[in-house]
Design a protein around this ligand. Structure first.
Ligand SMILES: Nc1ncnc2c1ncn2[C@@H]1O[C@H](COP(=O)(O)OP(=O)(O)OP(=O)(O)O)[C@@H](O)[C@H]1O
Ligand SMILES: [Mg+2]
Length: 282
């Protein structure tokens, strides 16, 4: 009986958060690096469905770097990185779209639907939601910088009680153009700002942002981020993440979190408990 009462207490602990966040939009960036085992993916889907059923409006933006790499290897398409960006020629772009917009996007939306949500998978090309231009065509090919976000389609889907699941691909608005490969962190940051989301949460494969002694940094400001980037403490895949956090917060999002997607139910711990996990940027 005591155990049951303790369970009820845990549920009640979530009550103030449920009240506070009901009807708020949360953008969740689901990193390719956090999409590891089928069990973890299933738990992620259940966490999102729980958020949705208590009245939060989740919007998922997903990555998929390692899955793209595996498919390129399987199809024996050569590709390489410059400055952490995958050089994307027309052939690579075809695979990027196939993996992101095809396999991963549909896997996530199907999983959410299996657990009782109404999820719909789209890419930034749909309804011209994300428009982009080349970062540097000669150097990186079809890697794009976002120039415009049209959040109307996302609002329409949310109003119809859908959970939008968005692949980070943008349109060039030119007939016959293959579109652009967008870093998923940057896409999530732009989408969160355009939606004026309450929170953006990045789920990745580290405890959060780590300092030079590999200790978790609990909170970060813009100045601290600049210093850590200069020192090289924040590097590689963490750079677009902190940049996207700053973009979102400057665009009106209240808080940006970077959390460990490898921990079971990390999302629920972050949202519904007083402790919180990972790094927060306000
Ligand atoms: N200061 C830092 N703290 C934590 N991680 C860091 C730091 N600097 C660099 N990193 C790297 O950033 C990585 C996370 O970014 P990465 O792009 O690999 O994953 P993701 O964005 O979650 O996945 P995907 O790009 O597939 O969507 C970490 O695994 C780590 O190697
Ligand atoms: Mg990344």
């Amino acid at each position: 009986m005591k155990e049951k009462i303790d369970q009820a207490k845990i549920l009640l602990e979530a009550l103030p958060y449920i009240k506070r966040y009901s009807n708020e939009i949360f953008v969740i960036k689901y990193g390719g690096s956090a999409q590891t085992s089928p069990e973890l993916k299933d738990k992620f889907a259940r966490d999102i469905v729980l958020m949705y059923l208590v009245g939060i409006k989740p919007v998922i933006v997903h990555g998929g770097g390692s899955a793209i790499g595996k498919m390129l290897d399987r199809l024996q398409v050569d590709s390489h990185f410059i400055d952490g960006l995958r050089v994307t020629d027309a052939q690579v772009m075809e695979v990027v779209e196939m993996v992101l917009s095809g396999s991963i996007n549909k896997e996530i939306s199907a999983l959410l639907n299996e657990h009782g949500a109404k999820a719909i998978g789209v890419s930034g090309k749909d309804a011209s939601m994300l428009k982009a231009q080349p970062v540097d065509m000669a150097k990186y090919g079809y890697v794009g910088d976002i120039t415009e976000v049209n959040p109307k389609i996302i609002h329409d889907l949310i109003d119809e009680k859908f959970i939008p699941v968005i692949a980070p691909i943008a349109t060039a608005s030119i007939s016959g153009h293959p579109g652009f490969n967008i870093n998923a962190d940057i896409a999530a940051g732009h989408i969160a700002a355009s939606l004026k989301a309450h929170k953006i949460i990045f789920m990745t494969d580290t405890a959060g942002v780590l300092d030079c002694e590999n200790e978790l940094i609990h909170t970060l400001t813009k100045d601290e981020i600049d210093r850590y980037k200069e020192k090289g403490t924040i590097a590689g895949g963490m750079i677009p993440k902190v940049d996207a956090c700053l973009h979102a917060v400057n665009g009106g999002v209240k808080k940006a979190h970077i959390i460990d997607g490898r921990i079971e139910h990390a999302l629920l711990l972050e949202i519904f408990t007083s402790e919180g996990v990972g790094t927060v940027i306000k």
